[in-house]
Design a protein around this ligand. Structure first.
Ligand SMILES: C[S@@+](CC[C@H](N)C(=O)[O-])C[C@H]1O[C@@H](n2cnc3c(N)ncnc32)[C@H](O)[C@@H]1O
Length: 274
């Protein structure tokens, strides 16, 4: 905290690479700095498809939330939102249901600094931003902004895209515990959308990617298909079940521009709570 009357000083640690800014670089954004670009270039040297994988993840999010909005969901809780990249989730959802309500959450101060772009929703609807670390139990669910925007007695679409691989288990099954805590707080009819990096198709290259993130100070835990599947335990998977992000109801099936499994390196699925 600064002196009386001053705004608290937030250290963005621009000297260190950060997952949100590396991802922004891969998506062609401008909210990244020298350390992020250096880490991103090292990742590209061992995994040249990194940018493709990020774009496939983003395109899946567009299809997934569009589908859920068309199915009638009007409340969305997006955790690990990332630096705003248009179209953001609320732009897709409110384009279909203008009165939809969206809560965004991230723990990176740079996302907070850019959150204004996430709050320019349709006047009929509402968007809110919660700064919270999902690994701290209760931090998101206890946030007053969340309850001012969403009514958890009615179905919510919970989206955890490209987030959970940044929650390492450290021998304690932490990522699954986080997801189970969130699932338990949501009523029947809610939806769970997850994407997650995997080394199932190229263990050597993805092992190197994991090392680069670790050296940059961001532990990464890629998970197998079976570990990914377990996040949805007790909920009903929508067709086609667990698949690669670009293969989940693709807009143009058989498109020769679509990547291989090793290039996409990202599982995706959607489930509904019975
Ligand atoms: C790769 S980006 C994904 C952005 C967006 N969900 C997407 O799929 O396009 C991962 C985001 O998760 C956030 N994140 C990582 N660990 C987190 C945590 N413990 N709590 C909340 N957010 C976290 C990062 O700051 C980053 O913005």
């Amino acid at each position: 905290m600064g002196e009386a009357g001053e705004e608290p000083v937030v250290d963005l640690r621009l000297d260190r690479a950060h997952s949100a800014r590396i991802y922004d670089y891969f998506l062609g954004g401008r909210t990244n700095f020298a350390a992020d670009r250096e880490a991103a270039r090292r990742i590209l040297s061992v995994f040249p498809a990194a940018g493709v994988a990020c774009r496939m993840n983003r395109a899946f999010m567009h299809r997934a939330v569009g589908h859920l909005a068309r199915e009638g969901l009007t409340q969305f809780l997006d955790i690990g939102t990332g630096i705003p990249t248009s179209p953001n989730l609320h732009e897709i959802v409110q384009g279909i249901r203008p009165a939809a309500r969206i809560v965004y959450t991230d723990n990176d101060p740079i996302v907070l600094a850019h959150a204004a772009a996430l709050l320019r929703g349709r006047p009929e609807g509402r968007t809110a931003y919660v700064q919270a670390d999902i690994a701290v139990p209760g931090s998101v669910l206890a946030a007053p902004e969340l309850h001012a925007t969403l009514d958890l007695r009615h179905p919510v679409a919970l989206t955890l895209n490209a987030l959970l691989h940044f929650i390492p288990d450290d021998g304690r099954d932490r990522a699954h515990a986080v997801v189970e805590g969130l699932k338990a707080a949501l009523p029947g009819g809610s939806a769970l959308v997850i994407t997650h990096g995997t080394s199932d198709f190229s263990p050597l290259a993805m092992g190197r990617v994991t090392d680069i993130y670790a050296r940059a100070g961001t532990p990464l835990q890629l998970r197998s298909a079976a570990e990914f599947h377990r996040f949805f335990d007790g909920w009903e998977l929508l067709e086609p079940g667990v698949t690669l992000a670009h293969r989940w109801r693709p807009g143009r099936p058989g498109d020769p521009g679509l990547p291989t499994a090793a290039e996409a390196a990202c599982y995706a699925a959607i489930a509904r709570k019975p």
